[in-house]
Design a protein around this ligand. Structure first.
Ligand SMILES: NC(=O)c1ccc[n+]([C@@H]2O[C@H](COP(=O)([O-])OP(=O)(O)OC[C@H]3O[C@@H](n4cnc5c(N)ncnc54)[C@H](OP(=O)(O)O)[C@@H]3O)[C@@H](O)[C@H]2O)c1
Length: 216
């Protein structure tokens, strides 16, 4: 059983991570800007108020946990720019203050920086709308930051290009820097199976200090 501090528990991905973690018997503290927004009671769940953009708040909420999970987003492009890398910096800065006792960190990333079969990156595709490019590069900037960090045990988990609510199959493939494509050439994962992969990484750490990706 792990103790998990979770940011983004009200979100599409974070709510699936929350459910998966609770169903597997882990203890979760969901840290929200507005705790009233989480309409869930469960014996393994504690809800707390906190700010992922404030290192002191992160340290306070993370202290004593085994792992911090960040599934935060920002809605539109500018919202992601204002949230994704700044939260990466605040999470790292907050965890640093806990020294050797700091929990590890698993952050939900983006698919934009993954390599495509033509040797480019997902965000190089022609015709992508500006808001999506901003979101992709916000995640790329956060990953760039994590890659400078060697004193906090971080992991960045990029979804497949398409992630949406669906079935929990429990089956997924894992990659590192390359976009995962299925037999039909599509890159996809359900939010439920993404959550399975993330909680698997909590239970059996394999990608500390690295980015990895999951897809079918
Ligand atoms: N293919 C891809 O690469 C891909 C696809 C989908 C999503 N993603 C990424 O995955 C992440 C999660 O996506 P999602 O669809 O689950 O997002 P979402 O449904 O919009 O949820 C975002 C969550 O972040 C929280 N949040 C935002 N700003 C915060 C702050 N300053 N402090 C604390 N919490 C904050 C929100 O809390 P409130 O309830 O307080 O607003 C909410 O729980 C995003 O970064 C998104 O870009 C990547």
């Amino acid at each position: 059983m792990a103790t998990i501090t979770l940011y983004g528990a009200t979100g599409t991905i974070g709510s699936r991570v929350l459910r998966e973690a609770l169903e597997r018997g882990h203890r979760v503290t969901a840290v929200l800007r507005d705790p009233a927004k989480l309409d869930l009671t469960h014996p393994g769940l504690t809800v707390a108020a906190g700010d992922v953009l404030d290192p002191a708040s992160v340290a306070e909420q993370a202290k004593g946990s085994d792992v911090v999970v960040s599934a935060v987003g920002g809605g539109d492009g500018p919202g992601h720019v204002a949230t994704v890398r700044p939260s990466a910096e605040a999470l790292v800065d907050g965890l640093r203050t806990l020294g050797a006792d700091a929990p590890r960190l698993i952050a939900v990333g983006g698919a934009g920086s993954l390599r495509t079969p033509d040797g480019k990156q997902v965000w190089d595709a022609e015709g992508l709308p500006e808001f999506l490019l901003q979101i992709m590069h916000a995640h790329g900037d956060a990953l760039d930051h994590y890659r400078t960090v060697d004193d906090v045990r971080w992991t960045n988990l990029s979804p497949a290009a398409l992630i949406e609510p669906g079935e929990r199959t429990g089956a997924y493939r894992v990659g590192l820097e390359d976009l995962l494509l299925d037999a039909d050439g599509n890159s996809r994962i359900s939010t439920e199976d993404y959550a399975v992969a993330l909680v698997d990484e909590i239970e059996r750490p394999q990608y500390v200090g690295r980015r990895f990706t999951v897809g079918y």
